[in-house]
Design a protein around this ligand. Structure first.
Ligand code: UN1
Length: 496
């Protein structure tokens, strides 16, 4: 099992002087592979077992901590993170590659989530209902699950841990976090900040290592009551099946093949800008990235020209440098995958409207850079229209009506995010109604999410409930229903 969205693991090497173990992960900057951030020791299944044991002890203390108090730890962590925004963003850019402004946005998003869930400490609760019985009150309590596992991907190394760990903690659980092997340092900073904010040791533990060992051990451990995973469909399906076998709760947030539909009455400049942002932001490495542009043929040529103009103007390079608009892919495997899909697009007969090459001029040779790439005249059934590429590759398809746009857009196995650019309210509402996706944007890009609204998808994009907002908290709790006859006599009349 791997969290690298189905891709092979990053470079590892035996530690000097040791035998087969311990091994280390060589954490490198994808914009410049000569920049090694750290050698991070890889942990093992035994480390997982020890972490779970420690977490079981920590759970008893944390569970007894009043929820508003738990929330205050998150609130303090949010304040600490805000004062370190620049430092965190720079580390994120060096470790993952996204450009500095995107890294700052990601850190801010994690902070928003800490703030939201800090407030939930005051609101965790159930409901009361009248009873069929006299002198009887019915109510529910929300309780923590115990020890839970959280497995996060490399593409949002700060925000993903933030949005899964924060609700798990405020609900009173002890958490074992397995960050992606490509980005362990940012995740470690998150843990350090929470502990500095007052989180007792052992309530959150980081385990770093290959999914096939550390991830598997976590998913199989009988004391791990729930697994929250984000990554590829292939791995998510495995996690779901294995955890289900021992009846643990599972939430999987997986891939996407997100489309923007553009109708003739759209503001085409706005649409082009939104599509470019969605397709090439974060180098296309986000599950909500725009990878399909489904445009009405009346405006197809004009829109694609506008997209191509904008794509060509993007400066690709090291995300720490001013003026750079798109960073590298995260590693050599991701680069190989994207170049492979570009070749597939060519072979399938799509028209390469721009991009398509790896960039190796000067310092770029030291990193995993590709051009923003646009294919036009793409066939809806082709692989580049159906499969998640997870890179800066946009496939454009022309259609003749909204119904056809919906058929094409719904004709993929995923159902995460979607968007329509149009003015007519009727058209927009028909799209909102007919689209098979967990999230719909109107006149805005497919990417992003906000702490206060549920995030997640349907079909192959997600299973096990939504993340963020109150819904994200529900996953990390169990409900207890209480039936209370406060006179001690009402049950005599109970015929139910
Ligand atoms: C976003 O688009 O801001 O792995 C968040 C991902 C998603 C997060 C996307 N889980 O890309």
């Amino acid at each position: 099992m791997s969290t690298t969205r189905g891709l092979p693991q990053p470079g590892t090497s035996p530690q000097a002087g040791s035998g087969a173990r311990p091994r280390v992960i060589v954490d490198t900057n994808p914009a410049d592979v000569s920049d090694v951030l750290a050698d991070v020791p890889q942990q093992t299944a035994d480390d997982v077992a020890r972490a779970v044991e420690r977490a079981q002890d920590a759970f008893r203390v944390w569970r007894a901590t009043p929820p508003p108090e738990r929330g205050r730890v998150l609130a303090k962590a949010a304040v600490l993170a805000r004062t370190r925004l620049d430092e965190l963003a720079r580390l994120l850019t060096r470790e993952e590659g996204k450009i500095l402004s995107e890294a700052r946005g990601e850190v801010m998003k994690g902070i928003n989530l800490l703030e939201w869930y800090a407030g939930e400490g005051f609101r965790i609760g159930g409901k009361t209902r009248p009873s069929e019985m006299p002198t009887t009150v019915l109510f529910t309590l929300r309780e923590p699950l115990g020890v839970v596992a959280i497995i996060t991907p490399w593409n949002f190394p700060w925000a993903e841990p933030a949005w899964k760990v924060a609700p798990a903690l405020v609900a009173g659980n002890a958490v074992i976090l397995k960050p992606a092997s490509l980005t362990p340092l940012v995740a470690r900073r998150y843990l350090e900040i929470l502990e500095e904010a007052g989180l007792p040791k052992g309530v959150l533990t980081l385990v770093v290592g290959p999914g096939s060992e550390v991830g598997d051990a976590l998913v199989a451990h009988p004391a791990v009551r729930a697994v929250s995973f984000t990554g590829s469909c292939e791995i998510g399906g495995e996690v779901y099946a294995r955890a289900a076998r021992r009846l643990a709760k599972v939430s999987c947030e997986m891939g996407g093949k997100n489309a923007v539909v553009v109708m003739p009455d759209a503001d085409l400049e706005l649409a082009a800008a939104g599509i470019v942002q969605g397709a090439f932001g974060s180098t296309g490495q986000r599950c909500t990235a725009t990878s399909l542009c489904v445009v009405h043929r009346e405006v197809g040529r004009r829109l694609i020209d506008a997209i191509v103009d904008r794509a060509r103007a993007i400066r690709v390079g090291n995300g720490l440098e001013d003026g750079v608009g798109m960073g590298p892919l995260v590693d050599a495997n991701q680069l190989a995958t994207v170049l492979h899909y570009i070749e597939v697009g060519r072979v399938e007969g799509a028209r390469l409207a721009c991009g398509g090459r790896r960039l190796t001029d000067g310092a770029l040779a030291q990193g995993y850079f590709v051009e923003p790439t646009v294919f036009a005249d793409v066939q809806p059934g082709s692989r580049i229209a159906q499969e998640e590429i997870f890179g800066p590759v946009l496939s454009a398809i022309e259609v003749g009506s909204l119904d056809e746009a919906l058929r094409v857009t719904n004709g993929v196995r995923y159902g995460l995010s979607s968007s329509i650019y149009a003015s007519d309210a009727n058209t927009i509402m028909r799209f909102v109604d007919g689209i098979e996706a967990g999230m719909v944007h109107v006149n805005s890009p497919t990417v992003g999410g906000e702490a206060q609204i549920p995030f997640g998808g349907i079909k192959w994009s997600g299973v096990g409930g939504r993340e963020m907002a109150e819904e994200g908290l529900e996953f990390f709790t169990e409900l207890k229903s209480v039936f209370w006859d406060y006179t001690g006599r009402a049950r005599q009349t109970n015929v139910y």
